[in-house]
Design a protein around this ligand. Structure first.
Ligand SMILES: *[C@@H]1O[C@H](CO)[C@@H](O)[C@H](O)[C@H]1NC(C)=O
Ligand SMILES: *[C@@H]1O[C@H](CO)[C@@H](O)[C@H](O)[C@H]1NC(C)=O
Length: 375
């Protein structure tokens, strides 16, 4: 004689085998119904947004490619792809590891893996340049990239290239090989060399330094359209109070707003970079860093969505590492544009952005002629 409630409960929970099949079928039917509803909702969202069905698919697909959503076991062998021998230029990456901006997705096609071991430089200048811009490389080889010994310190200049995207690629590749045989200063990786891929280029520079040139005290990423007063730079870096680790300096940019107008060369979507401002960063024309940093950038970059503004991206890496870029000892030495050539001011600065390779050769020649630059 139990309480009525217990009996009632029992009845609720006990059923005959016949009822079971019936219920099983009902659950299956409910599931089907829910599935159809979910499908309906999905298509409703897709048709509601301004995107086409294919776009929506791509959006989902692109997002998963760009944002690091890879399982942690991949962290065990991030460099595996780089330890393989260089593939011919036609070979595409065998599949993305981490996001598209991460250097472990790309392989070196032309390399000079021993240059740092042979010379053990104090400073390495890494110059991103387009494969077909031989004029810029030759101007640098005649000017600030010419001397190996500056203020008693070994300085090395190397050019970083991606794969050609224009013209007769095979013929260009052959020319690049010849150029490298002559100068031994080209490093080429198999990502597409385009403006929007500059973050990849910078991260490949970082990867190369981390794997081939860790013994260099300092490195500089310096654009190919720059005037660089290399003597002043080495004098600056030899100062005893310049940090030997975790050091990044150049022309500092504070609280720069992200460009959201779609037509702009510097446009970055909210999806790729949601904050309205960039963290403090050093302007991409030329920034200098202690060579312990590249390895840290490559590692931390696994967890930072890439966007096409390479210098601000390095700023993000710094922020994520809990580090701040440093102001140079004399900030006025890092200049962007100059009004017109003036021998005295060019003898005092470290950087200026130039208009052409011819300007670089002309200004350099004038600067180096005998006689005091400032009168
Ligand atoms: C996805 O990526 C492809 C190629 O990278 C691009 O053409 C396409 O516009 C992207 N789609 C969206 C919705 O971002
Ligand atoms: C950047 O490089 C990758 C790898 O080569 C390529 O798949 C992609 O299309 C390039 N993106 C742009 C915007 O050029």
């Amino acid at each position: 004689m139990g309480a009525p409630g217990v009996n009632g409960n029992r009845r609720f929970f006990s059923y005959s085998p016949g009822h079971q099949t019936n219920r099983g079928f009902r659950y299956w039917f409910q599931f089907l119904l829910l599935f159809c509803l979910a499908l309906f909702v999905f298509f409703f969202i897709v048709s509601d947004s301004s995107l086409s069905w294919l776009d929506s698919y791509q959006l989902v697909f692109n997002r998963t490619r760009q944002i690091s959503l890879f399982p942690p076991y991949l962290k065990a062998a991030p460099k595996a792809i780089l330890t393989t021998t260089p593939l011919p230029s036609t070979a595409a990456p065998t599949g993305l590891r981490y996001h598209q901006g991460h250097p472990s997705n790309y392989q070196y096609i032309i390399d000079n893996p021993e240059v740092c071991k042979n010379q053990s430089p104090f400073l390495v200048l890494m110059v991103p340049v387009e494969p077909d811009n031989l004029a810029a490389r030759d101007a640098i080889r005649q000017t600030w990239g010419k001397e190996r010994l500056i203020q008693d310190k070994v300085v090395l200049t190397l050019f970083m290239l991606g794969s050609s995207v224009r013209g007769d690629v095979e013929q260009q590749q052959e020319k690049l090989k010849q150029e490298n045989l002559q100068h031994n200063d080209l490093i080429q990786s198999n990502f597409m060399d385009t403006y929007n891929n500059l973050t990849i280029k910078t991260m490949v520079i970082m990867d190369w330094l981390a794997t081939h040139c860790k013994t260099a005290a300092y490195s500089m990423k310096v654009d190919s359209d720059m005037f660089l007063n290399i003597d002043n730079l080495v004098i600056m870096l030899k100062k005893p109070d310049i940090p030997k680790t975790n050091y990044l300096t150049g022309m500092l940019m504070w609280n720069r707003p992200v460009v959201r107008s779609k037509g702009s060369k510097w446009y970055v979507s909210e999806e790729l970079y949601p904050e309205p401002n960039y963290p403090t960063y050093t302007l991409g024309m030329g920034y200098i860093f202690s060579t312990d940093l590249p390895e840290k950038y490559v590692e931390v970059s696994k967890s930072i969505t890439p966007f096409n503004i390479e210098d601000a991206y390095i700023g993000m890496c710094m922020k994520k590492l809990g580090l701040n870029p440093s102001s140079p000892p004399n900030p006025s030495q890092f200049q962007a544009y100059n009004q017109k050539y003036d021998r005295c001011s060019f003898s005092k600065v470290i950087t200026y952005i130039l208009g052409s390779s011819k300007q670089l050769v002309d200004y350099w020649t004038d600067l180096k002629k005998p006689g005091a630059p400032c009168t």
